[in-house]
Design a protein around this ligand. Structure first.
Ligand code: ZN
Length: 224
């Protein structure tokens, strides 16, 4: 448990997870205002991992990186709701098409796929109501456990997610001819969204996009 986590408990849920200052929100307004929004132009840049197109809200650096690591590694689930709200605010201005269906990048295991605190699920639930779409929770399944992508070197990320996703039995009917939006927390090389996109395309959607809370500059710096 981190020092900030301890501080957070001492202050009875009234401290910012990132700076420890008193706050009514998990991330205080000052820390939230330091998140650096992505230039929308990056949304069309090609990924190192292969063809997939979509959007990311913030750069994976500074306070945003700290927030996501706390959420993923230390399980600070209170952060998920606030960060999902911020993603919704971006998504409402995006050309996501007519009644998109939001599909979370899933965790392994049936029990965890029903975990309402998992960021991609929290975000999909909020997105489907606020962006006039549908929830695609449970349509994309993960077939085995994998290490966190953020903890692997680039060369191992593609291998880590190779063949790891599959469609649920109802997914082909529900995704066919729809605008499908794959939702995840961090885009780094794009290996995860590319693997998910390839599986979604088996259902012959109208189009398939990704939407992530954050994206790493490494995707572009790699020169692809
Ligand atoms: Zn703060």
């Amino acid at each position: 448990m981190s020092v900030l986590s301890v501080l957070h408990q001492v202050f009875a849920d009234k401290a910012c997870f990132l700076c420890g200052e008193e706050s009514d929100y998990p991330v205080c307004p000052r820390c939230a205002s330091s998140f650096r929004a992505c230039d929308p132009g990056w949304s069309d840049s090609r990924l190192a991992a292969g063809p997939a197109s979509g959007f990311s809200a913030y750069w994976y650096e500074g306070a945003m990186r700290q927030a996501i690591l706390q959420m993923k590694v230390q399980g600070e689930y209170q952060l998920a709701g606030q960060l999902a709200d911020m993603l919704c605010n971006l998504a409402r201005s995006l050309p996501l098409g007519d009644r998109p269906i939001f599909v979370p990048v899933p965790r392994f295991g049936v029990r965890q796929q029903g975990d309402p605190r998992h960021f991609p699920q929290v975000a999909c639930r909020k997105l489907s109501t606020r962006c006039d779409g549908d929830s695609g929770i449970g349509l994309l399944l993960k077939t085995r456990r994998t290490p966190l992508q953020t903890q692997l070197p680039d060369t191992q990320r593609l291998k880590n997610v190779d063949g790891v996703f599959e469609l649920s039995s109802s997914a082909p009917g529900e995704l066919h001819d729809r605008t499908v939006v794959i939702v995840d927390d961090v885009l780094t090389t794009g290996a995860t969204v590319c693997a998910a996109t390839n599986v979604i395309l088996q259902a012959r959607p109208h189009q398939c996009l990704y939407l992530t809370l954050a994206r790493s500059r490494a995707t572009i710096a790699a020169g692809f």
